[in-house]
Design a protein around this ligand. Structure first.
Ligand code: 3PY
Ligand code: ZN
Length: 637
């Protein structure tokens, strides 16, 4: 009441509160901060309203109406914001307590020993990375987290961090990725948080200095990551070992090493990606200290019979548990999960049904239903899993502009082998190049580029190398055979040059010659920066976590971090805004809420937007808690 009353006061909102007024009321320093945050958020809303980068707001459902209701839920606070602190309804003990009590070895042993199929929910990371260009904001994850912890406490893990989320948070969401992890940790005390780590590439696209990998892993474990799924985009185990060692050094976190799957294991003609190839990789990973082995089928190519062969062989050969990850691009991957389950796989990945299928993971409810009342019953409960579906359906509708546009399954994936996360991206890139109608030619070129480069494992960043080359070939309208014969006469994307120079590691099938030598002829390759300056090195070892995290952001993504910090300075923490408002801005006849936390809400209504002045500035006229406000915003058009 008090806060809102003061915020309502005219002179206060006008922003010219006299200093002696504040001196007389020291409690108002806090209020001044709220007022400042309100003004900054309003500036953001004005800028978005004037420019509307994602078009007008989509009509439709408000996800707040769709939050699942369950005993103990406190939905009387409908627009929970990240500033409200963790919710207080019951979260029964789960796998996280096993990890805390028994450590990573005991945790892995328990997984291997149990009969029930363990389940990872990828909705918070891979599902939206593969369907919505990774755009789901912390606020929307955080609203769902207490429900997940409450209704599905039996989940083996929630994949919630890493992959592209780090880059996208800084680049597009004006969010600090560390805030997301910290906040989710508080809401999920009972479920292990899992992240995807790209080996030496960390959460980026090229290898970083070892010191950065070490500091990153230590910080992530301290902030909330329990399980690190670590892969290398060329299945080069040398690039994974330092991360496995860094995870083991934490003493508390689980190192899950991932074999990237490609091709078709059951094809007698397959001579590169064979069972022996995968078993040899797994041996190296186990020798390096992996607690869990993962099969990472990033394009959804693992067919049921191959899954049976691979899972059986891995579990026969090794004592560690096996965790299966796939994408449902062709539509048949529930069959693969069930075949793997029959063969004894210990854990599998699925997503909430409304965020599942096509380029995402298979749906949780279909898996839970398939195994109900069988020996491998997941124990999650069909009703519990399905209760999260309406919320995510509503959230997804708000992010419509980022939909990948893969409307149905596609069997073409078995040929082009484009990973789920990339397929959506490439379609968007094709549309941007005016090739939306000819996406098949990009798929064909992707296949041609892959063949030329030596039949790679394709996953970030090797998938980007192949994709960049494919787009280049389409763009130049060149015949792939002609290009392959004379690569030295054409422009090459930087990523391709870096790859051919060996900066990402060595490809499983060896280097394609003479293509490689010809392609590198006369080109200068920028060496990778593998040394840290003394100042950065010290900052990574600072006692202050804020300094360490800021340093990691800057070292991993210098440009996006600069933009993020500028946005934070100008707009404050944009988590105070609902996603509708964050993406689409203000509209007339509507009451918008800015949530400052702990019950402090500002109400904004739009009156009008003026014509631009000679400098291109429009004035957004609105009310903030009933008081008139005018905010200038540059029209970028
Ligand atoms: C990533 O690296 O982000 C992936 O999701 C790979 O599958
Ligand atoms: Zn994936």
């Amino acid at each position: 009441g008090f806060l809102l009353n003061v915020l309502d006061s005219k002179e206060f909102l006008a922003g010219d509160v006299a200093t002696d007024f504040i001196d007389a009321h020291p409690e108002l320093a806090k209020i001044n901060r709220s007022q400042d945050r309100g003004s900054k958020a309003l500036q953001y809303l004005a800028d978005i309203t004037v420019n509307r980068p994602h078009g007008p707001r989509v009509e439709g459902i408000d996800p707040r109406d769709k939050l699942p209701h369950f005993p103990g839920d406190k939905r009387d606070e409908p627009d929970r914001s990240p500033f409200d602190g963790p919710s207080d309804h019951p979260k029964p003990d789960g796998w996280r307590q096993v990890l805390l009590a028994e450590g990573p070895e005991g945790f892995a042993k328990k997984l291997r020993e149990q009969t029930a199929l363990a389940v990872t929910d990828t909705t918070f990371r891979d599902a939206h990375q593969s369907l919505l260009a990774t755009r789901v904001r912390t606020r929307d994850l955080l609203a769902a987290a207490p429900a997940v912890a409450h209704v599905t406490p039996g989940l083996f893990s929630v994949e919630a961090w890493g992959g592209a989320t780090y880059d996208v948070a800084l680049r597009f969401l004006s969010e600090d990725p560390w805030d997301r992890l910290r906040l989710l940790r508080a809401e999920l005390p009972n479920i292990p948080i899992q992240m995807l780590l790209r080996g030496r590439n960390t959460v980026g696209y090229t290898p970083y200095p070892l010191e950065v990998t070490d500091a990153f892993v230590a910080e992530a474990a301290a902030t909330g990551v329990d399980i690190f799924r670590i892969f290398d985009a060329l299945n080069d185990v040398n690039q994974i070992v330092p991360a496995i060692e860094a995870v083991r050094k934490t003493g508390t976190a689980v190192a899950e090493a991932a074999i990237c799957y490609t091709g078709n294991l059951t094809d007698p003609a397959e001579d590169l990606y064979t069972l022996d190839y995968y078993l040899d990789l797994a041996q190296q990973m186990v020798d390096a200290g992996a607690h869990i082995l993962a099969i990472k089928d990033m394009a959804g190519l693992l067919r049921p019979a191959a899954a049976k062969t691979l899972v059986t062989a891995l579990r026969e050969r090794f004592e560690v548990p096996v965790h299966l990850h796939t994408h449902d691009t062709a539509g048949g991957q529930l069959g693969t999960l069930l075949a793997a389950s029959e063969a004894g796989v210990d854990a599998v990945d699925v997503a909430v049904a409304s965020m599942a299928a096509t380029t995402s993971q298979p749906p949780a409810s279909a898996l839970v239903a398939a195994l109900e009342h069988t020996e491998r019953d997941t124990g999650l409960g069909l009703e519990a899993v399905a209760s999260m579906e309406p919320y995510w359906e509503a959230v997804r509708s708000i992010y419509t502009p980022f939909e990948s546009g893969l409307p149905s399954p596609t069997g073409r994936v078995y040929r082009h082998e484009i990973p789920g996360g990339q397929l959506s991206n490439l379609r968007q890139q094709a549309i941007a190049l005016g090739l939306g109608e000819r996406f098949e030619s990009i798929e064909d070129m992707y296949h041609a580029a892959d063949t030329m480069l030596g039949r790679l494992v394709k996953v970030t960043p090797s998938s980007k190398v192949v994709g960049d080359l494919a787009l280049q070939l389409v763009g130049m309208d060149v015949d792939p055979q002609e290009f392959e014969a004379n690569p030295q006469s054409f422009d090459l994307p930087d990523s391709v040059i870096q790859f051919l120079a060996g900066q990402l590691g060595d490809p499983p099938g060896g280097w394609p010659e003479p293509f490689r030598s010809k392609a590198l002829q006369g080109r200068t390759v920028k060496p990778l920066d593998q040394e840290l300056g003394e100042e950065d090195s010290q900052a990574l070892r600072s006692d202050d976590p804020a300094v360490r995290r800021r340093t990691l952001n800057r070292l991993l993504f210098p440009g996006p971090t600069k933009d993020f910090e500028a946005a934070r300075e100008k707009y404050g923490d944009v988590q105070v805004l609902h996603t509708r408002d964050f993406l689409y801005g203000l509209r007339t006849g509507y009451e918008h809420v800015i949530s400052l936390g702990k019950g402090v809400r500002l109400l904004v209504t739009l009156q009008t937007v003026s014509d631009p002045d000679p400098k291109g500035i429009r004035t957004v006229m609105c009310t903030l808690n009933g008081q008139a406000r005018q905010v200038g915003a540059r029209d970028d058009a």
